[in-house]
Structures are given as structure tokens and as C-alpha cells.
Design a protein around this ligand. Structure first.
Ligand SMILES: C[S@@+](CC[C@H](N)C(=O)[O-])C[C@H]1O[C@@H](n2cnc3c(N)ncnc32)[C@H](O)[C@@H]1O
Length: 215
């Protein structure tokens, strides 16, 4: 078999997988199953989405109070915790207990014993367990499109952000729920967020928004 044939087969299979999964996701809405935690934490993923790069793009700084919404197995949570430092705080929020269990196991490892600024919360994006204006930044990686009523979730995110607070939405191909950047910008702007920065490329981007100081 020639190299060209192999490349065509790989690309064709990838396209088939993407289209088939997208159709399934459109028909049935359910959160990403917990077993994909292995992939979320894989070296391949880290190579495609280096945590430090995403953290920088998202505007995460020392001392911030950040919510990693839809944190999953916590592929980014520990990196975010280090980035905000001891003065900061990270709330790792997910709707699925099985995902949070994976993060709990990670935190129990000897090498992570020094990390004390992460609090896990099982909650839906529709009802976040925070006071109004409690957070500096909401960090979401491959989550927003998984939520059926995105408008409702965005209004709730807006409530818990302080005025001038940041919403950072990162999306990656080949996530079957991947939306174009223009779609992400449109739905966030519709809920009153102001676009602050648009970073990365077509298949791996971060759209950063601000909650206005006044409504
Ligand atoms: C594709 S995973 C991404 C996990 C993590 N952000 C990452 O990039 O590794 C999406 C996560 O969003 C969570 N999720 C989906 N719908 C949610 C909702 N309505 N409220 C909170 N979390 C939700 C899922 O349980 C899942 O863990």
C-alpha cells in the first residue's frame, strides 16, 4: 500500500468518525461519558492543548478566584491551581460525580499533596453554587456546546462573575461538539458578554469575554 493510500484511509476514517459522532450528539444530548477521562488526560491531548498556553490565553493570573466549569477529570484544574497560586482559589465544577472522582484520585496522589486551593463541587451549569459576583474568571474547555440550554448556562455564569470578570471559552477539533468561533462569539454576545480577545486558530481557539461593569 502506498503512503498516499494510508493517509487517505486515515483522513477518511477521521472524517467518518467526526460526522457520525456529530450526528449522534445532535440526536442525543448527554454529557461526555466519564470513561473519556483517559483521553482528556492523555499526552496527545496535552500536546494539542498545552495547559500553560490555554491558561495564558484565558487571562488567568495569580490571586484570582476561578471556576473550571465542566472540569471533567481535571485535565487543566491542577495547572489552573498552580497559576492562581496560594492566594487564589479554583472551584472545579462538574455535573457528573464520576468525572469529579477522577479528579479526586488525582489530587490524592503524593505529588499533588501540596495543592490546597482546589474545591470540588458537583453542580449543573444551570444552578451554580455561588453568590452573585463571586468569581473573577470562568474557564471552560470543550464544555459549552455540551450544555443543551447554553443561554441559560451563560446567564448563570454571568450572575456569578463579578463586573469586569472574564469568561474564557476554549474549543478544539476533533471534539464532536466543536462549534465555529463565530458561533461561540454569537451566543456569548447574545447573553451580554463583550468580546475581549480571540486567540488561537480554527481548530483550537479561545474566545475571551468580559462581563460589562454595568448592565
Ligand atoms: C468534554 S468534557 C471536558 C472536560 C474538561 N473541561 C477538559 O477539557 O478536559 C465536558 C465536561 O462538561 C461536563 N458537563 C456537561 N454538561 C454540564 C453541565 N450542564 N453542567 C456542568 N458540567 C457539565 C461533563 O460532565 C464533562 O465532564
Amino acid at each position: 500500500m502506498t503512503a498516499v493510500k494510508v493517509i487517505l484511509i486515515v483522513l477518511g476514517s477521521l472524517l467518518f468518525y467526526l460526522v457520525a459522532l456529530r450526528i449522534v450528539r445532535k440526536l442525543w444530548h448527554f454529557p461526555a461519558p466519564a470513561f473519556i477521562g483517559r483521553f482528556l488526560d492523555s499526552d496527545l491531548r496535552r500536546w494539542r492543548q498545552p495547559p500553560d498556553k490555554l491558561i495564558e490565553r484565558s487571562g488567568i493570573k495569580q490571586g484570582m478566584t476561578v471556576m473550571d466549569l465542566g472540569c471533567g477529570s481535571g485535565a487543566f484544574t491542577l495547572f489552573v491551581a498552580r497559576a492562581v497560586g496560594e492566594e487564589g482559589k479554583v472551584y472545579a465544577v462538574d455535573i457528573q460525580p464520576a468525572m469529579l472522582k477522577q479528579l479526586e484520585r488525582k489530587l490524592a496522589k503524593a505529588e499533588n499533596q501540596g495543592i490546597r486551593n482546589i474545591e470540588l463541587k458537583q453542580a449543573s451549569a444551570y444552578e451554580l453554587p455561588f453568590e452573585d459576583g463571586a468569581l473573577d474568571l470562568v474557564y471552560m474547555v470543550t464544555v459549552l456546546q455540551e450544555i443543551p440550554d447554553r443561554g441559560r448556562a451563560l446567564r448563570e455564569i454571568r450572575r456569578v462573575l463579578k463586573p469586569g470578570g472574564i469568561l474564557a471559552v476554549t474549543e478544539l477539533l476533533p471534539d464532536p461538539d466543536y462549534p465555529l468561533r463565530s458561533t461561540t462569539v454569537k451566543i456569548c454576545q447574545r447573553e451580554g458578554f463583550v468580546l475581549d480577545a480571540s486567540l488561537g486558530n480554527l481548530w483550537n481557539y479561545t474566545a475571551r469575554f468580559k462581563k460589562p461593569f454595568s448592565d
